[in-house]
Design a protein around this ligand. Sequence first.
Ligand code: AMP
Length: 179
Amino acid sequence: MSLHGTYDPDNIFAKIIRGEIPAVKVFEDDQVLAFMDVFPQSRGHMLVISKTSRARNLLEAEPKTLGRLIGATQKAAAAVAAALKPDGVVVTQFNGAPAGQTVFHLHFHVIPRYEGEALGRHGAAWRGHGRCRSPQDPGRDDRGRALGGPVADGAVGGDDQGSQLNGFGDVVHHPGRQA
Ligand code: AMP
């Protein structure tokens, strides 16, 4: 019944929002937070969450929350495209454990894709080019520690991705918009 259930205020993302566990934050305002995925499927894998909603998944999301969230996701994709110059960007979102969801706080994945680089497995360590590791990084096989306990600052999301993506800035251009 993971598609339907009660919001757990002690889920990992709620703890990140409250500052109880660290994360490499890329963008934050009063409504949304974007941070690096601890088990990146590619270099620059980011997550975008609402800071105010208790929606566990897309089905439970209030339209207003969804609007803010998808807007921030668009910015995250644009920031990743500008900073890391990937060849493509995948945006994913899972609802319920059988669909692949492991953290039951609504979130979007922003996953840059690089020509010729395989996509890492969802929820597993990505080791492409070894760039996912930093001196502080104990290794993303250590899923229990990452999920359950504190993760050292700088150990999340790879060497320099957080700083490269530091803030979204004015990254979204709307060529379709009338002047
Ligand atoms: P999902 O499986 O779609 O629910 O996505 C949850 C994502 O959260 C996975 O990609 C995990 O790698 C990621 N994740 C789990 N714990 C953390 C954490 N402490 N910091 C950052 N990302 C995390």
